[in-house]
Design a protein around this ligand. Sequence first.
Ligand code: ATP
Length: 269
Amino acid sequence: MIEAQDLVLEYVSGKRQIRALDGVSLRIAAGDRLGIVGESGSGKSTFGAALGRLLPPSAHQTGALRVDGVDVFEADRDRIRELRQNTMAFIPQDPVSSLDPTKRIGKQLALATGVRDRTAQTEMLDRVKIRQPAEVLRRYPFEISGGMAQRVVIAIAMARRPRILVADEPTASLDSLVRDEVLALMFATADELSATLVWLSHDLAAVRRWCGRVAVMHRGRVVEEGPAADVLDDPQHEYTQELVASDPRNRRATAGGPEPEHARKEPVR
Ligand SMILES: Nc1ncnc2c1ncn2[C@@H]1O[C@H](COP(=O)(O)OP(=O)(O)OP(=O)(O)O)[C@@H](O)[C@H]1O
């Protein structure tokens, strides 16, 4: 469903060149739950953005990237627009700033999804477990919490029934309790849609818990990839070993933590 082959991507401004992706080759099968981990600057966001060709003009790339049969860098604008609108949904890092501050939530739902009926809108918010949805529809983004804003963003993403969800640190701005709730919602949403989920994350323990697979990025390369529990419990690459060793939460989880969610038979709701 997603296949990158020797993907090299540089941001070029004047004489400065930053190589954000340095030969990424990665296959993500339909229905996979893939966590992409790596320190800041390793290229995770760039890879996520490349999936929808959501890159600034300073980005130059070589290599190939296919998403749902579309050659992302060769496709014409209409084909890319269709891919972004019908196949993929992006869940961003900062939900509040991804919403339009000047419009009430109800208006934003209408614009983003075409659903104008209040009852249908209320149901959309109900589905992402927002309490008092009718009230929330009347509010502006600054009047709701970060966790609620991320639920609204997920509701908008769900409405188009995407087959690929790309989430870039979707819980970075949330406190830990809300973070778990939003992650549970995101994975339940992916289950409900039978969607492929690509989650760019710093949280190794959460990736081990929620994802079937993990890819570890370092300096623009995927240095290790495989089943999340195997890679994070028994890392083979030196960089993954360092990353795991430097993450106290991951050490706790591997030392007798709960079974990973993906190992359960029932989907998490
Ligand atoms: N628009 C841009 N222009 C120039 N350089 C950029 C741009 N976006 C990212 N970079 C650079 O590309 C490299 C990879 O950045 P990227 O944001 O993809 O990494 P990341 O792993 O997602 O980091 P983080 O976890 O902090 O989000 C970094 O050196 C970054 O400074």
